[in-house]
Design a binder for this molecule. Structure first.
Ligand code: CS2
Ligand code: MG
Length: 429
């Protein structure tokens, strides 16, 4: 290699003209990128990055209730910086968008970076004609264990719903039920396989009582274990509503029912708060769906205050960043348990499965189904079989986006609920 070209490679924007595949030199350049906002059942923000090789990549940029903030971050700020770059430079582009923003982190920025990152990995896989998991270390398991969402207005209905999931072949089920004395609560939907808490119009207001909740939940799991025995994995989401000592009490009262995990018992802003929970209970703890960078989870992981990190590809800075979170977690016996709710699009689910099937310290993947309209707008190769999801073998992420069909589902502003205590105090939803 002449000296000059090597120097050129180091200075300016690195391109690697020497990258070849099947004797064919791969010298791809990003030529355009577009953001699509549609509402097939619920709002989704999708990024499509185009290249001069005709290969395109897809990324999910959906942040429930704040969708347009991310769409404009991409259109106005991130996309102009991508044109002309080499999509193979996933790490450099990630660092460019993260450090280059000066204002680092946070859900909007990290969701925008995540969408770009997913799309670049999709392009890489397609350009190299291989599934993305092969670029992440290959398969570490035959399938991705998932859990579904059973919920009901009361214990009896929830027991039936758990039964429905077991009949569908699930090996792990999250159980949420209505709380006696409370008109509504998190996780209790309308008997569907998908659950969408966001509502059109202004944020609905829920009323909350921690006392009623703490008295009720142990009864739910006592009844579930009595009905289904000890084998099925049971999970529960406290949805950020307890103080550390209340979470300690709940964790302790659930120990006889050996949950797979108790999720988001306390908000994660004060990571140290989990020291109190950890001191009092052996119930496994999971957190992370609202965390957006590795720094948001550093203490939780490095002090082994949790057992599962639930950061996702879409809100956790993409595959590039989540790989680093998983690597840190592996050191401290923490496993992954990625968020996978209905408001994370099939593009995220596809990307998550490539991540899940390849990392060693995988724990479980949340799998809340999408509506049939969503699945039509986002055709995908991943499939469910006997309790596991499988990413499929298509090059890239194995998901597509039907732009024509999406036009039939225009965006409709919607908000997640807010929560007030019985005395009217504003609280966590
Ligand atoms: C939840 C979500 O799936 C979960 O674990 O916490 O349903 C969450 O409430 C939504 O994704 C918020 O948009
Ligand atoms: Mg949750």
């Amino acid at each position: 290699m002449e000296r000059n070209s090597a120097c050129r490679q180091i200075r300016g924007h690195p391109r690697n003209p020497r990258l070849t595949y099947n004797e064919r030199e791969i010298d791809v350049k990003i030529t355009a990128a577009k953001v699509f906002v549609c509402c097939p059942g619920r709002n989704f923000v999708t990024l499509k990055i185009q290249t001069d090789e005709g290969i395109f990549g897809l990324g999910d940029a959906t942040l429930n209730g704040r969708e347009l903030a991310v769409a404009s971050y991409l259109e106005e700020h991130a996309i102009p910086c991508l044109i002309g770059r080499d999509p193979f430079q996933t790490e450099d582009i990630w660092q460019y968008l993260y450090r280059g923003a000066y204002w680092r982190g946070g859900p909007v920025t990290m969701t925008a970076i995540a969408a770009v990152d997913m799309a670049l990995w999709d392009i890489k896989g397609k350009a190299l004609n291989t599934a993305v998991y092969n670029l992440l270390g290959g398969k570490s398991r035959n399938g991705v264990l998932v859990y579904g969402h059973a919920n009901g207005k009361d214990v009896e209905e929830t027991i039936d719903e758990v039964g429905r999931y077991l009949e569908m072949g699930y090996l792990a089920v999250r159980a949420q039920s209505g709380i006696p004395g409370l008109a509504s609560t998190y996780g209790v939907g309308r008997g569907q396989l998908h659950y969408e808490p966001a509502e059109k119009g202004l944020p609905p207001e829920n009323i909350w009582s921690t006392e009623k909740y703490l008295l009720h939940v142990p009864k739910l799991f006592e009844a579930l274990r009595a009905k289904y025995g000890g084998d099925v994995h049971l999970l529960h989401d406290a949805h950020h509503r307890l103080t550390p000592i209340e979470a300690a009490r709940l964790g302790k009262s659930l120990e006889p029912y050996h949950l797979f995990w108790l999720e988001d018992a306390v908000t994660g802003e004060l990571q140290e708060g989990y020291r109190i929970v950890r001191r009092h209970t052996t119930t496994p703890l999971a957190i992370g769906e609202v965390l957006s960078t590795i720094w948001d989870a550093r203490i939780l992981i490095s002090e082994q205050l949790i057992d599962y990190i639930r950061m996702t590809v879409v809100h956790g800075g993409g595959i590039t960043h989540l790989k680093k979170v998983a690597a840190l977690a592996e050191i401290y016996h923490v496993r992954t348990g990625c968020h996978g709710a209905t408001d994370l699009s099939p593009v995220t689910m596809a990307a998550a499965l490539h991540f899940d099937v390849s990392v060693n310290n995988f724990g479980i993947q949340e799998y809340m189904r999408h509506t049939s309209e969503t699945d039509e707008v986002f055709p995908h190769t991943y499939y469910f079989k006997d309790g596991y999801l499988h990413p499929g073998e298509a090059p890239g992420l194995g998901v597509d986006f039907n732009e024509e069909l999406a036009k039939r589902f225009p965006y409709e502003r919607a908000y997640l609920p807010v929560n007030r205590k019985l005395d009217g105090t504003m609280f966590n939803w």
